[in-house]
Structures are given as structure tokens and as C-alpha cells.
Unconditional design. Structure first.
Length: 307
């Protein structure tokens, strides 16, 4: 296994409750009142929708996805949801400091250091809103891929706190059978003084609608028994997953950079994209100039003129 590379669950697509709009050439995050399920392919107009998105919309009220039936890959709550305080580099989008409120790993001029983590409100290094909670939740949608997952990434306190509580509670009451429970992601709304009474939306995880918890636990027990008889080793899967997560100091993927920049530094990625587009355009012009010069040289050598 390559050291320093976090080995994480295979990702088939993304789940979000927001989107990015472009205003005056700057990309800005905009919250939404519905789920969107996308592929991992991004074009200038945004992320391409996943086929699962259209499937769920067809049966959803007002064509808006407010619940998603899911299952989990692991019985351990913290393998399904990894949440940490994170500070990212404004230019590259790569992690500079990741902590849990007690200790952190921070990149410094002399290398990575283990330091105390007082949390974003008391940390001088992350002051000014640069350090935020950052959570990654992996869930399974459908039965097309036994180990493939869809990932929901969030910096929202409400989503992270609610998901962490639900996962911990369901793991406890089910007798450590999270991976076998029939669950659903559910969008909830609330308003606070901080939101100026406007509705804000966050993600919850519940037993599927219409199914009592006791019945869901019975189904989980039966499902566990069935896969064990087939030779499926859930404990070995979780051991391999934890080893993969621990293989690197930071969980980080290149495809996260655009989302991180949009969420942590609104507008920065749009400006960076604009600079990149300009650089590409300039490079394309240089290539054309070189091609024309090469043709002129070749034609001159052949004794021809261009008219």
C-alpha cells in the first residue's frame, strides 16, 4: 500500500444540498431546499446529474428530492462519517491543519507537527473563519455496486452534529448492525436568529419512512445472518477500511478541491478558474503561432509563397 495516500471507499457520485452559481465571473455557493445527486464529472455548467437523481425525482413530490433511501458500508459510526476541524490552503485547496478539538496535525515549515487543537473559535492559526468543521459521509444508494458509495460533504454544524448523533445511536440500539439497517437521508429545515429567521436546511439520517425501529432492527439481524452464512466478513472489511484511512495524515482527494474552495473561500476558485482559462487561451494562441511559423518555414524551404 502506498504510504501517505488515504485509501477511502470507492465513490460513484456526489450528494449535495446546494449548488454553485457564477456571478460576475465568480463562483459562489448557494444553498438549496433539495438533494442533488451528481456524477464525479464536472463541466463548465456544473456537475453532471447521476441517473439516480432522475429516478428519485420521478417519484418525488414537486420533483424535489427530499429523502434518499440508503444503506451504510460499515457498522462503525466513525468509518461512515469522518468529521474534523479543517483549514485549507487558499490557493491549492489542500489541507494545512486538521484537528478534533483536542489535537491536530498541522503542516509547518519544518514538516507536519502534532499540536493541541482548541477548536476554531480559540485557535489563532484558524481565526477569521478560516477553520471550519468538515464532514464526509459515505452511503450506498441502490444495489448496483456492493462497495461503491455516494459521498456527501458538508461544513454545516447542523448536518454534522445530527448525522454523528444518529449514527452513534443507531449503532448502539441495533447491536452494532449499522451496515444492515434500512435507512434514508432526510432533508430538514429550521430557522435561527443567525439565519435572520430564513430557512436553512441540513441533513438527517433516519429509519426509512413507515418502518418502526424495532422492525428495522429485526431486518438488520436477518440480513446480517444471511451474509455471514454466505461468507461475507464485515469485521475484516472494517479493519481494512480503518487501515486505509490511517494510511495518511489527511483524507484528501483532488476532486474535492473545487468544492473546498467554493465552500471555504467563495469566489477564489472562480478567480482561479478565470486565471487558468486565460492561461490556457494564451497557450493555445502560442501553439497556433508556432504552427504558422513552422508552415511558413516549410513553404519557404519548398520555394513557395503564401498569398
Amino acid at each position: 500500500m502506498i504510504k501517505g495516500l488515504a485509501i477511502t471507499p470507492p465513490v460513484l457520485g456526489r450528494i449535495s444540498i446546494g449548488r454553485v452559481i457564477e456571478k460576475n465571473g465568480i463562483r459562489l455557493p448557494q444553498k438549496d431546499d433539495q438533494f442533488t445527486i451528481t456524477t464525479q464529472i464536472q463541466e463548465r455548467g456544473g456537475w453532471l446529474p447521476h441517473p439516480r437523481d432522475e429516478e428519485l425525482r420521478q417519484s418525488a413530490k414537486n420533483n424535489k428530492i427530499r429523502t434518499i433511501p440508503v444503506r451504510l458500508l460499515f457498522n462503525e459510526a466513525d468509518l461512515n462519517l469522518r468529521a474534523e476541524y479543517s483549514l485549507f490552503d487558499r490557493k491549492s485547496g489542500r489541507p494545512l491543519c486538521v484537528g478534533n478539538g483536542e489535537a491536530c496535525q498541522r503542516l509547518t515549515a519544518s514538516g507536519t507537527q502534532s499540536l493541541p487543537c482548541p477548536g476554531p473559535t480559540l485557535c489563532d492559526f484558524g481565526k477569521g473563519g478560516l477553520c471550519k468543521p468538515y464532514g464526509r459521509l459515505n452511503v450506498k444508494i441502490g444495489d448496483d455496486d456492493d462497495l461503491g458509495t455516494f459521498i456527501f460533504r458538508t461544513t454545516g454544524f447542523n448536518s454534522i452534529r445530527t448525522l454523528a448523533a444518529r449514527l452513534s445511536y443507531y449503532q448502539a440500539v441495533s447491536g452494532n448492525r449499522l451496515a444492515y439497517l434500512p435507512l434514508e437521508l432526510r432533508l430538514r429545515g429550521k430557522s435561527t436568529t443567525q439565519s435572520h429567521r430564513a430557512a436553512i436546511y441540513y441533513v438527517d439520517l433516519t429509519i426509512r419512512e413507515g418502518l418502526p425501529l424495532t422492525e428495522a432492527i429485526e431486518q438488520a439481524q436477518e440480513a446480517e445472518k444471511k451474509v455471514k452464512e454466505a461468507g461475507y466478513d464485515q469485521a475484516a472489511l472494517e479493519k481494512a477500511a480503518r487501515r486505509g484511512f490511517d494510511n495518511a495524515l489527511f483524507e484528501h482527494h483532488e476532486e474535492e478541491i473545487a468544492e473546498i474552495m467554493d465552500e471555504f473561500y467563495p469566489g477564489a476558485s472562480g478567480q482561479a478558474n478565470g486565471r487558468a482559462d486565460a492561461a490556457l487561451s494564451q497557450e493555445a494562441n502560442l501553439v497556433k503561432i508556432r504552427e504558422i511559423k513552422a508552415r511558413l518555414t516549410a513553404d519557404s524551404a519548398d520555394g513557395r509563397t503564401i498569398g
